[in-house]
Design a protein around this ligand. Sequence first.
Ligand SMILES: *Cc1c(COP(=O)(O)O)cnc(C)c1O
Length: 428
Amino acid sequence: MNTFEQFEQHESGIRSYCRSFPVIFKQARGAELITREGKHYIDFLAGAGTLNYGHNNPVLKKALIEYLENDGITHGLDMYSEAKERFLETFHRVILEPRSFGDYVVQFTGPTGSNSVEAALKLARKVTGRSNVISFTNGFHGVTVGALATTGNGHHRGAAGVPLTDVSRMPYANYFGDKVNTIAMMDKLLSDPSSGIDKPAAVIVEVVQGEGGLNAASADWMRKLEKLCRKHEMLLIADDIQAGCGRTGTFFSFEEMGIKPDIITLSKSLSGFGLPFAVVVMRRELDQWEPGEHNGTFRGNNHAFVTAAAAIEHFWTNDEFAKSVQAKGKIIRERMQKIVRKYGPDSLFVKGRGMMLGISCPDGDTASAICREAFEMGLVIETSGNHSQVVKCLCPLIISEEQIDQAMSILDKAFGKVMGDNVANQAS
Ligand SMILES: *Cc1c(COP(=O)(O)O)cnc(C)c1O
């Protein structure tokens, strides 16, 4: 009997990650996944950035269990609940206020990142009365039609079945290498009434492109982008769904760049526990919604309010956690640079920022072969990038240094197996 019979017989062919990791997982703790047979894997995928605080984080689990045992509200549409009140208060006090976003308001959208992007785009179009939006090459903002129009990935776009419109694609930072100033290019296009680019409502951008291959915009580029937005009266939407919640070493990925997006989307690790949860954070003046205009049954997830508030309270009331993320990011980067030097100083390079890092390989086949080898040795790790050429390390931020060491040793061996020839060349 086939081990995966239930899935292969009864689940749609749409399933994808399971194809890279053909085992049945039963439990998970911290940075580890455990199969039905009891095999342990270190998780360098972490729900694509949804499990920044690890699987079943005991602090969050305890808060949720207590809430459940007290018959706390599970579902209440968007009615006032004590859990929501606590989340709003905590998020404002610990995250927004100290980062000079104290006057921003929070919109609870449907519980997916895509839905918060949909809401952000709708709002920008409603407020400005314009339909065009600028998004970037290799950007990923979700796969519902409005969000998909801003996403670059051809595989996902191909499934839309309808035209994906009202978006002008612009080259991301360093898309043409570091000699080409893509901001100046955009400025020229936007200043030319005959360029063919309709005046946009907004620019939507990832400060580090998660799915697009860990392309990281510099602080300088982001500041210039913000200036460009002000000059051409476009709203700046920072999609921090993957890069946010501490992944780059600060709560928001743009925090130390001195910019202030008009709208921020957050999801993935916001609940902290892997529960579905998404928000749009916006400048108060932009909050021109009529009640219920962007509706949804699951706007705000009370269980997620509980775990999100607990996560913010536990990890963000001082800078200890942020500092540990920065330190671990450095360790991982150094280990990656070692791998690069060892197996391909001319063909491999490290990409990303904080604990959002990867190694770019010559092609997608190489990267996926490396991930397959790593999985055999007990490491769950995936590729990203326009050609799936980047081996992406997205481990839980709470991972121990021992686990990092273990995982990086596995990754080293996997690179060795797949790129062994280069080592031979280097030695000769
Ligand atoms: C994952 C992601 C989304 C989409 O979120 P879903 O929950 O998958 O709909 C949007 N933007 C970015 C940057 C993401 O990483």
